[in-house]
Design a protein. Structure first.
Length: 185
């Protein structure tokens, strides 16, 4: 059996025809499966990137601190809101005390300053003394400065726990926070 005999029109034995048919079938299957495998690999990579993006979004400030996002969504304004400067000062004081309490701190004293040096420019300031655990301090400062209305930490004085006294290991913090109030039009 030679090539000339196959070309000249004589029929090939069924075994050879079956081998050629099987080989062509394998080539066609490979030509179909390999592109599908590439598409599936790209889809898996896309899903992994999507999962990574969801994890990064979950670490963002709004997801990590739903209370801060709720505070920001409630006001929506860059300015402290209230019909009078006194109401705006009370809202600022309530926000500062709320943030400290959410993070396990205990406020020992607080005082709004409605007639300070920056009051003529519309700024309202609140000073608060509180005790809390050290890891929570950064979260408190972040929650106060993130979101709306825009608040600024003007002063932050931290005193560590006293080693001589039987202390509970909490920091003593004095913080002054200000925000701008805009009178209603």
């Amino acid at each position: 059996m030679n090539f000339t005999k196959l070309v000249n029109g004589s029929s090939a034995p069924p075994a050879i025809a079956a081998l050629v048919y099987g080989g062509l079938l394998l080539v066609l299957i490979a030509a179909t499966v390999l592109p599908l495998k590439g598409v599936l690999d790209q889809r898996m990579a896309l899903e992994q990137l999507g999962e990574t993006l969801r994890q990064l979004d979950a670490r963002g400030p709004a997801a990590a601190h739903p209370e801060a996002a709720a505070d920001a969504a409630i006001t929506g304004s860059a300015f402290l809101e209230g019909p009078t400067v006194t109401v705006a000062g009370a809202a600022l004081l309530q926000r500062v005390v709320g943030v400290v309490n959410r993070h396990g701190g205990s406020v020992s004293s607080s005082q709004p300053d409605l007639q300070g040096t920056e009051a003529k420019d519309g700024f309202v300031s609140v000073t608060a003394n509180f005790d809390l655990e050290q890891p929570e301090l950064q979260q408190i400062v972040y929650d106060l400065e993130a979101g709306m209305p825009f608040l600024f930490v003007d002063e932050l004085v931290i005193q560590g726990p006293s080693p001589a006294a039987a202390s509970d290991g909490k920091l003593h913090v004095l913080i002054s926070v200000s925000g701008q109030w805009q009178s209603p039009q």
